[in-house]
Design a protein around this ligand. Structure first.
Ligand code: HEM
Length: 179
């Protein structure tokens, strides 16, 4: 089964940052609409973060044992759980604040939101490091045949690539490749 973690992670990242941005703007402009947007986005962020943690725990298995990537994945996992905790705390405080109309929780709500955004960025950065620096879950690209990569273009361009191909391989160019 393909690993759905890279597909899912964008939702909690985007929705949590959106929720905190809406909440901050709603606070300064006293906007009821943005306050509702913050609530809806934060619920989506919690659901997305739960899905990201579950799929991440499965994806952990593809990290080669004893590799340096194991250290990064350990930290990424911890930050992922803290991100989920921040999203849950933010949503719980937001629900309380919204339905009880109790503004005393506004300061902790914004504080948890800002800490959560920093944790989200660190989590996402470490996830990116796993893929782009350590090549976790990445397949090696197949060798490129320039004749197949550039089947169109002028005759002079085709001749140029045929010449490159024959000097590299020592073979005469495959005429069928240009079809
Ligand atoms: C807490 C448990 C988690 C574990 C064990 C985990 C594990 C992993 C692993 C093994 C990878 C590299 C392979 C792959 O792309 O699937 C990865 C990538 C990534 N993870 Fe997580 N993860 C967790 C939670 C999260 C959370 C909560 C987020 C988002 C807030 C997140 C964001 C990312 C991102 C952005 C990538 C890079 C994906 C890409 O660019 O293809 N992870 N994670």
């Amino acid at each position: 089964m393909p690993n759905p973690h890279p597909l899912i992670v964008h939702f909690p990242i985007a929705l949590f940052i959106l929720a905190v941005a809406c909440e901050l703007t709603a606070y300064f402009y006293k906007s009821k609409l943005l306050s509702v947007c913050a609530l809806v986005a934060s619920i989506g962020a919690v659901l997305g973060a739960i899905a990201a943690v579950v799929t991440g725990l499965f994806a952990k298995g593809i990290v080669p044992k004893g590799s340096q990537a194991q250290i990064v994945v350990g930290s990424h996992e911890t930050m992922g759980f803290i991100m989920l905790a921040c999203a849950v705390a933010f949503t719980a405080l937001k629900l309380w604040c919204y339905f009880r109309e109790d503004d005393r929780v506004l300061t902790p709500l914004i504080a948890v939101g800002l800490v959560g955004v920093v944790v989200t960025i660190i989590t996402a950065h470490e996830g990116g490091q796993l893929v782009f620096d350590y090549g976790v879950g990445v397949q090696k690209a197949p060798p490129v045949n320039p004749l197949k990569a550039y089947p169109y273009g002028s005759e002079s361009v085709k001749k140029k690539f045929e010449a490159v191909d024959s000097t590299k391989t020592g073979n005469s160019p495959d005429s069928s490749a240009t079809e």
